[in-house]
Design a protein. Structure first.
Length: 343
């Protein structure tokens, strides 16, 4: 029996591992674990740093008691190029030729250094006049893919699938019952991913280079805290106005407002492009920063629509799961989406 791939999310501050086993219409959670990402993470080109990274990954796999040596990974969104394209209706062979020319317009580096991938999101039915097909284009630096393959090999692992973080987030959060038209806001450590889901399909995706680390730095700067102190205050008080006299929330507000500005632009883009169709009815929050007290209220009040916490654990069949893992659901979204990916 072939080994089943597990999901490994290598974030800016933590690594998350999830192993799932399909069961009926859901999954059984076989393992979930988290550990700090080494300081230089996957950014360093140094063989010593890459060896340290591999050792940390191998230790996490051992801690989670995962026997599989097959892994699915996501490349960091700030190092890949992702765009939803509106294109004339083309055959598969025509698309394969046309996509290269489209990529030249949107990818600001020489294409020979990039590995391209694409997926048809919407293929109009016969008889739908003036309708374009929608294609998700992804370009990843080939050197980046090679680095991940090298580090995983050092850790004793083999990569089955490489994809983008937002693809994994969407897979985890739209699982099961139909999702209303939704704006997903995944706030990670280094950046924030925005994605509009319309009738179960992604129609827009965008990366903002502002995330949880920026909030931590703002709190540390305002109060003279160390990074670890600021992180703890952020986790406990968040954006709540009812604790610590709302001072922590005030320190983080400029960062959240910059994210809110892009959220409003995404909502305006949808309202303009799909005037006569069902509007976006909710913001779905994900990522570690989504757990902070008051974040949901901040987005609901300022964006004018409902904001809810995304729960990747809804993919699980009925089983007992430790409370600390359930409570950390937003942290695991990318890892869950990766673990759900089959060949």
């Amino acid at each position: 029996m072939s080994q089943k791939a597990f999901g490994l999310d290598i974030g800016g501050t933590t690594m998350k591992l999830v192993s799932l086993n399909p069961s009926g219409e859901g999954y059984v959670l076989e393992a979930a674990a988290v550990s700090p990402t080494p300081e230089k993470g996957m950014l360093s080109e140094s063989p010593l740093d890459q060896e340290a990274m591999a050792q940390s990954i191998a230790a996490l796999v051992a801690e989670a008691k995962v026997s599989s040596k097959i892994v699915n990974i996501a490349l960091p969104e700030n190092q890949v190029y992702t765009r939803v394209l509106d294109m004339p209706v083309l055959s598969e062979s025509e698309l394969a030729s046309a996509i290269y020319w489209e990529a030249e317009q949107y990818i600001p580096v020489p294409l020979p250094s990039v590995t391209l991938d694409w997926k048809i999101l919407h293929q109009p039915k016969a008889g739908e006049p003036n309708t374009k097909m929608q294609v998700l284009l992804v370009g990843a630096p080939t050197a980046l893919i090679n680095k991940y393959q090298h580090v995983m090999a050092l850790a004793g692992l083999s990569i089955q699938n490489v994809e983008t973080e937002i693809t994994a987030v969407i897979r985890a959060l739209i699982f099961g019952e139909g999702l209303p038209n939704t704006l997903i806001v995944h706030i990670g450590a280094i950046g924030t991913l925005l994605s509009i889901i319309k009738e179960g399909m992604v129609i827009f995706t965008y990366f903002i280079p502002v995330g949880g680390i920026a909030i931590t730095r703002a709190i540390a700067s305002d109060f003279g805290f160390t990074a670890s102190q600021a992180e703890e205050y952020k986790r406990v008080y968040g954006y709540s106005s009812k604790t610590f006299e709302g001072k922590i929330g005030k320190a983080s507000e400029p960062i959240l407002l910059s994210v809110l500005s892009e959220v409003k632009k995404a909502l305006a883009f949808y309202a303009e492009k799909y005037k006569s169709e069902t509007p976006i009815t909710q913001i779905l929050l994900s990522g570690g920063t989504a757990k902070l007290p008051g974040i949901g209220i901040f987005f609901a009040q300022n964006a004018g629509i409902e904001a809810a916490m995304g729960n990747p654990w809804k993919v699980l069949a009925s089983q007992e799961v430790p409370k600390e893992i359930l409570d950390s659901a937003p942290d695991y979204t990318i890892a869950v989406g990766l673990a759900m990916k089959h060949e």
